[in-house]
Ligand binder design. Structure first.
Ligand code: UD1
Ligand code: UDP
Length: 360
């Protein structure tokens, strides 16, 4: 039997890494199909190297493009490989265009699909990822839901209970497997002259935020205001999509520390030692919650409401005043919540389930 692991972007590489490691440990036959959705060194190969993952067996090099170009090219490329290799099951993780392409390609070939991180919903259909989540869940055979909340969402949509497995989120495995290593190896705080709990970590990359100049300018200006009024540095490792848009805005942003996208171990250090995290990233909402760093999410909705429920995260929207108020509130809270995404054994649980069904 054989399993194909499909991935294409930074968060998929990170969140699939514990599953890949577990496959290696158990001597399971697998291959890695990379769509090439992310391709810059610091969005892609840096993670394979640092996490010591085997190089992808296939890379389709879809690159950037419109939603349809990217999804369509990935679909065609993945189908070709699946036809040739005929795996028993494919695994996809999350909500990117690569995930949707992988799920559609496999479903039409009657290959079983496991969706890691199933059942997340923002209920905001303008977000391309929301469409990818819904469609992928509805053509998957194994829905690996991180929490009971996501299981209930799937049940409400009519998905059969026997296809849903609450496993926690593999991001916890990734954080636990890499945090110690990152403490030993990394001097990123020194590099930027930052003190523990003495800076804010910010990331913004969502299409809805950065592709809209009014919203993006608002967010950047609120970072400046927060940095000034709280007298605290803001560091922003900037995603290439956001960088491209920022270069078109005419703003003086010399009060923000910008860096290129960082490797995972450096980034974990920055997250763990931040006073608070300001972000629109899905993965950061989870990692902040896991590492007990308060988070302000620069959106009106989230598909990770568990983080809000436990008090680790609040939704600020994208208006300057509400971002400021949210930051003020989160600066003074005590991080005493319990991480709702599991104990770091998700990848083991997922492979145990597939093993029981003789798919490995
Ligand atoms: C994608 C995912 C998003 C995820 C994010 C993780 C979809 C619809 N979106 O968004 O859910 O949160 O990845 O980071 O699948 N670019 C580079 N180098 C790269 C990759 C991208 O320069 O390696 C630039 C290109 O200008 C490209 C832009 O970033 O046009 C956007 O890339 P794309 O993959 O389309 O979407 P992301 O914003 O990265
Ligand atoms: N990340 C990283 N370096 C960075 C920014 C993020 O290693 O400069 C990691 C982060 O720790 C998390 C993942 O990338 O595991 C999140 O990816 P991103 O925000 O791009 O996507 P999302 O989670 O929103 O889909």
């Amino acid at each position: 039997t054989m399993i194909s692991i499909i991935l294409g972007t930074r968060p998929e590489i990170i969140k699939m890494s514990p599953i890949i490691r577990e496959c290696q440990k158990r001597n399971i036959t697998f291959n890695i199909i990379h769509s090439g959705q992310h391709y810059s060194k610091n969005m892609d190969s840096v993670f394979f190297e640092q996490l010591e993952l085997p190089a992808p067996d296939y890379n389709i090099h879809v690159g950037s493009g419109t939603q349809a170009e990217q999804t369509g090219n990935a679909l065609i490329g993945i189908e070709r490989i699946l036809l040739e290799k005929r795996p028993d099951i494919v695994l996809v993780q999350g909500d990117t265009n690569t995930v949707l392409a992988g799920a559609i390609a496999a479903s039409k070939l009657n290959i079983k699909i496991g969706h890691v991180e199933a059942g997340l919903r923002s209920y905001f259909r303008e977000m391309p990822e929301e469409i990818n989540r819904v469609l992928t869940d509805h053509c998957s055979d194994y829905l690996f839901a991180p929490t009971e909340k996501s299981r209930n969402i799937l049940l409400k949509e009519g998905i059969s209970d026997k296809n849903i497995f609450v496993t926690g989120n593999t991001v916890v495995d990734a954080v636990y497997q890499n945090l110690e290593l990152s403490k030993k190896k990394i001097s990123i705080l020194k590099d930027y002259n930052l003190k523990k709990s003495g800076y804010i970590l910010a990331t913004v990359h969502r299409k809805e935020n950065v592709d809209n100049p009014v919203i993006f300018r608002n967010i950047l200006n609120s970072f400046l205001r927060i940095s000034n009024e709280f007298n605290i540095p803001v560091i922003y490792p900037i995603h290439p999509r956001a960088k491209k848009m920022m270069e078109m805005l005419d703003c003086n942003l010399s009060g923000i520390i910008f860096t290129e996208p960082l490797d995972y171990l450096s980034f974990l250090q920055l997250e763990q030692n931040a006073k608070i995290i300001l972000t629109d990233s899905g993965g950061l909402q989870e990692e902040a919650c896991i590492m007990k760093v308060p988070c302000v999410t620069l959106r009106d909705n989230t598909e990770r409401p568990e983080t809000v429920d436990v008090g680790a995260n609040i939704l600020s929207g994208t208006l300057s005043e509400s971002i400021f108020k949210s930051v003020e509130k989160m600066m003074s809270i005590k991080a005493e919540w319990i991480n709702p995404f599991g104990d770091g054994s998700s990848s083991k649980k997922i492979l145990d389930i597939l093993n029981k069904d003789q798919l490995l």
